[in-house]
Design a binder for this molecule. Sequence first.
Ligand code: AP5
Length: 216
Amino acid sequence: MIVVLLGPPGAGKGTQGERLADCLRVPKLATGDVLREAVRLGTPLGLAAKAAMDRGDLVPDDVILGIMKHALGAPSARRGVVLDGVVRTVPQAEGLARVLRELGRTLDAVLLFEVNADELVARLSGRTVCSTCQTPYTGREPGSRCDKCGGTLVRRKDDEPDAVRNRLTVYDRQTAPVVAWYRAQNGVVRHVDAMGSVDDVFARVARALDVTCDPA
Ligand code: AP5
């Protein structure tokens, strides 16, 4: 199954994407994670992406298309993949369609996570993430330890108030049109009410895809 997760910053794409990938037993590709790892390692990709990411702007489409193509062509993606935040502009949606066509694959669903603006800001301002495995936490102080891998929790630079405001604007301007593009293309869009507990939202995700998953 190939699933695209769409939704504003803080909507829970990473949280739900992780559970969905476990449930489907497929990898999750999160371009945000790939880029943050590149920044951490100081690779040319990371050095080129860092300033835009810190401001909450998007990195160029050709960079994302390169990451997408590489990941989808990998043997690990043969059974499917959960694409978390990988498609944020119409050229990226067109690029994904092209890559899938070349690989003889089809997109099964686009899940659109819907959360109100106050909740998005509350989630992002209270978030810390593991600097090693990127697991997000709410209400845990920077410097605490990650339950999963023991890494140190840090606050993301783009979770500062100015960057959050910019990310929400960028979403409305550049990513919201992607929803219309998918609606017009092939009717794969499924809305997910992403308010409420992580378990409740995951139950809705599973229902939207008509899959059954063991409880976490
Ligand atoms: P990325 O890391 O993907 O950031 P994002 O899309 O802004 O999404 P977030 O990670 O902030 O939120 P999320 O929806 O994953 O929510 P999460 O599960 O973490 O991208 C970062 C940057 O990389 C971009 O700004 C851009 O610069 C660049 N980039 C990446 N992809 C790109 C692309 N395709 N094109 C161009 N540039 C790209 O949850 C958020 C918080 O809420 C967490 O603390 C979590 O614990 C909590 N939470 C989750 N669910 C719930 C719930 N149900 N109830 C209460 N709390 C919850």
